[in-house]
Design a protein around this ligand. Sequence first.
Ligand SMILES: Cc1ncc(COP(=O)(O)O)c(C=O)c1O
Length: 394
Amino acid sequence: MKNHLSNRINSMATSATLAMAAKARELKSEGKDIIGLSLGEPDFNIPDFIKEAAKQAVDDNYSSYSPVDGYADLKQAIANKFKRDNGLTYGLNQIVVSTGAKQSLANIAMVMLNQGDEVILPAPYWVSYSDIVKLAEGVPVEVATSIDTDFKMTPEQLEKAITPKTKMIWFSSPCNPSGSVYNEEELEGLAVVLRKHPNIFVVSDEIYEHINFRGGHVSIANIDGMYDRTITVNGVSKAFAMTGWRIGYIGAPEWIAKACTKFQGQITSGANAIAQRATIAALEAPVSSIKYMIDEFHKRRDLVLALLGEIKGFNLNVPEGAFYVFPDISGFFGKTLNGSLINNASDFSLYLLEHANVATVTGEAFGNPNCIRISYAASEKELREAIGRIKAVL
Ligand SMILES: Cc1ncc(COP(=O)(O)O)c(C=O)c1O
């Protein structure tokens, strides 16, 4: 049958992380004992005080459409959070609440990019950046980093990637998938370059802000000259284990926030009302209320690094945040393992799924073909078992 779908969707890649999770689920349903380390999803339950706020919102009949950009008292809680955690002052007219940070990013792409505008993506980057940019007819410009610079883009690399068509740079810190965290000095280094190019805008995706084992998260909007052209993206999915509740938000210059609200008003309207009410409780709570999860991720990171470090051929950086390790496994390329020729990271990831029953994600999806991503948002027992199996089949 003729393909009647749009070029837009035909040229879009399926989210590799969701595809791997679906494949793992399918194999599980066939009775295979799969351990899923492919999804970026905390394995904790939502803290009780957030559940209580949601129940209260149901009883209080928060059942109508909310304002497109979010309830005013939620936006106030977000403004307070930006002030408390990031030292950033955003007025309520600079904040937009969306259906997950993913929608925040899609809004930004749709309101900021014209056809052919270039967006610099330090690679590895979060899996959806590239396709969201392409959907908005922008052109992703990948800047390859490696384990030697802890997967961070240097000012020299940024400078070299800039052309007259450069409109934006998008990055996450802590980074999904590398776990790398840009410190103040590194952000200042990038800002030195950006200050020479006043028409380049920055998307700073800080959704893993609290899952930072070194402490001292820095927002690039706080660096001299950056506030007026940075869109700070955040959300509650990761820190509060609220992935399914779908609440993300931005702090941005007012004209960008206004445009995002206009766009969202034609696409989805305001985010889910009950989840917005629950988010107020999440953001008003002291960060200490989620410390138990961060401490647990920290412990697991150390465990995973120790266990993977015992496997020859895994070249690892020490991720300072998020809940992923991103080993360089290119040493296996060209080798045949149990009859399977490993040509690239996708072959390697598939090999682990088929032979070790462990789901990981190929680094190719994140713009780095030498690595795989392993999520340690899983129990210690599962992590020990999974890495034991990986070791056995290698
Ligand atoms: C770096 C990064 N940004 C944004 C998102 C999207 O988060 P949300 O669940 O709020 O849509 C994710 C989720 O995996 C992520 O890892």
